[in-house]
Design a protein around this ligand. Structure first.
Ligand code: FAD
Length: 464
């Protein structure tokens, strides 16, 4: 440790420092209970390089933590050196070029705040507390996805410390194979210390729909949504989800805890036009509560933050749908009946638009399954650790049952359960090319975060 300390500017936290260590070893998901050997709080690229070199010299497992919101908790591991880059969160907007340079440890709240000063946005996720790094490397779906694509589609370049400790730039011109792999291939290729994104004119206010219907109308709402989605304009990105009415003042107390189906949508464009185009989403049944309207983009981005407190228990697992069939809707409704926690949601992410049809073409990035029109995510959320087995089993079994339906495939890298499935399930057709990039940039498989793409040919032949 003395040799690392000599090279390292940031703080190093080891198990001996009881209280600091207890905080340092934790991530957002309370399910994750790992005891790393050291948490290295990096202050810049030099620290990242020192951490990578030290972990390799000492034969320590190396993990990377940015926002700490990886649902599977890969950012920490027993006995590992955790390179925590959360302090590397500087954001610098170039309003003329419409780009933003973002430190590898930033959260989306940091980015939205700065870009909105200039009426711009870089497409992120729907919770502002989430890290830019993990979300972008796995793809990145947010309120602007159908208009402007995934977060990774808006990446222009990235600075990466690779397994040999070198700092390289990945972009269209430099290391294009690495650049391809970073956009959807997860944290398999190095530590991204800085991202450069394209921005788009958005806000300051955006037209949104946030309507809650009673659970009894769920089948009708999902079916009507399916019709609406067939030719919805790209500017609309919608997310219907099954849920239970939260105990909040916005909802009548007598409905608290009742089954419900909600629909959250954003219009990336003219607000009046948005209100008109999204009107039908508010008329699928008699709403329980309709919170739709105009709101500042930063407010929309952070609206769900408080629903996902740090330390709660979470298990999220997903698959892509080629259609939102009656069969799938029936299964979702049956799973909802058996759901052990009222904090849980079952989410249908509307894809298509720019996600299916990015400017550079569908194979320009490693992100697979682009042409699927929906992503279905079982988001099991609960408070009592004694209910862990019931909730995890519920989500796993539900996903397995949907997997038995026609026209379903894959898994979203960022909603992977606890990462128990073979990496090929998540990376699909991109797996082999990712493994080639892995063999070039990390031949000894130092970076195993997210679902691990291994460099070995033998492993590739055996199916990943
Ligand atoms: C509350 C919540 C809301 C979410 N909402 C969305 C959403 O709207 N859309 C969406 O697409 N996803 C969403 N996700 C999923 C999210 O994309 C992933 O959980 C993502 O991994 C979070 O990134 P992070 O940096 O916070 O995670 P971390 O736990 O810090 O990192 C996760 C993994 O990413 C890799 N990694 C992180 N930083 C780096 C880096 N700098 N260089 C290389 N590898 C790195 C590592 O392998 C690490 O283990 C959400 C997750 C949560 C918890």
């Amino acid at each position: 440790m003395a040799s690392l300390a000599a090279e390292f500017a940031g703080e190093l936290v080891t198990p001996e420092e009881d209280e600091t260590y207890e905080q340092a070893r934790r991530v957002w998901n309370g399910m994750v209970n790992e005891r790393p050997a050291v948490v290295a709080y990096c202050t810049g690229v030099a620290d990242v390089r020192a951490a990578v070199a030290f972990a390799r010299e000492e034969d320590l497992r190396l993990t990377v933590r940015a926002g700490g919101h990886g649902v599977a908790g890969n950012a920490v591991e027993d006995g590992a050196l955790v390179a925590d880059i959360s302090a590397m969160d500087e954001v610098r907007v170039d309003p003329d070029e419409r780009t933003v340079r973002v430190g590898g440890g930033a959260r989306w709240a940091d980015v939205d705040r700065e870009t909105q000063q200039f009426g711009l946005a870089a497409p992120g996720g729907v919770v502002s507390d989430t890290g830019v790094a993990g979300l972008t490397l796995g793809g990145g779906m947010g309120h602007l996805r159908r208009k402007y694509g995934l977060s990774c589609d808006n990446l222009r370049s990235a600075d990466v410390v690779t397994a040999d400790g070198e700092l390289v730039v990945a972009g269209d011109e430099r290391n294009p194979d690495l650049f391809w792999a970073l956009r959807g291939g997860g944290g398999n290729f190095g530590v991204v210390t800085s991202f450069e994104f394209d921005c788009h004119p958005v806000g300051p206010e955006v037209e949104t729909v946030f309507v809650w219907y009673p659970g009894g109308a769920a089948r009708e709402v999902f079916a009507s949504f399916r019709e609406y989605a067939r030719d919805a304009p790209r500017a609309v990105s919608a997310l219907p989800f099954y849920a239970w009415v939260p105990e909040l003042d916005e909802f009548p107390d007598e409905s608290w805890g009742d089954p419900a189906v909600a629909l959250l949508a954003c219009y990336a464009g003219d607000r009046d036009e948005g209100a008109e185009v999204m009107e039908p989403l508010r008329e699928f049944a008699d709403p329980l509560v309709d919170l739709s309207g105009r709101m500042p983009y930063v407010e929309l981005q952070s609206m769900l933050d408080e629903d996902y407190p740090k330390g709660r228990y979470y298990y999220w697992k997903s698959l892509y749908l080629d259609e939102l069939s009656d069969e799938v809707i029936t299964k979702v409704l049956a799973h909802a009946e058996d759901c052990p926690s009222k904090l849980t949601t079952i989410d249908v992410w509307q894809l298509g638009g720019a996600v299916a049809d990015p400017d550079e073409g569908p194979d320009a990035t490693a992100f697979p399954n682009r042409d699927a029109p929906y992503l279905l995510n079982y988001e099991a959320n609960w408070d009592d650790p004694r209910e862990t087995t019931a909730n995890v089993e519920w989500a796993r079994e539900s996903v397995e049952e949907v997997r038995d339906s026609d026209a379903v495939r894959g898994q979203y890298v960022n909603f992977p359960g606890m990462g128990e499935d073979a990496a090929r399930v998540a990376y699909g057709d991109s797996y082999d090319r990712l493994a080639e990039a892995k063999a070039t940039y990390d031949p000894e498989n130092v970076f195993r975060g997210h679902q691990n793409v291994t460099p070995s040919e033998e492993d590739r032949e055996q199916g990943g």
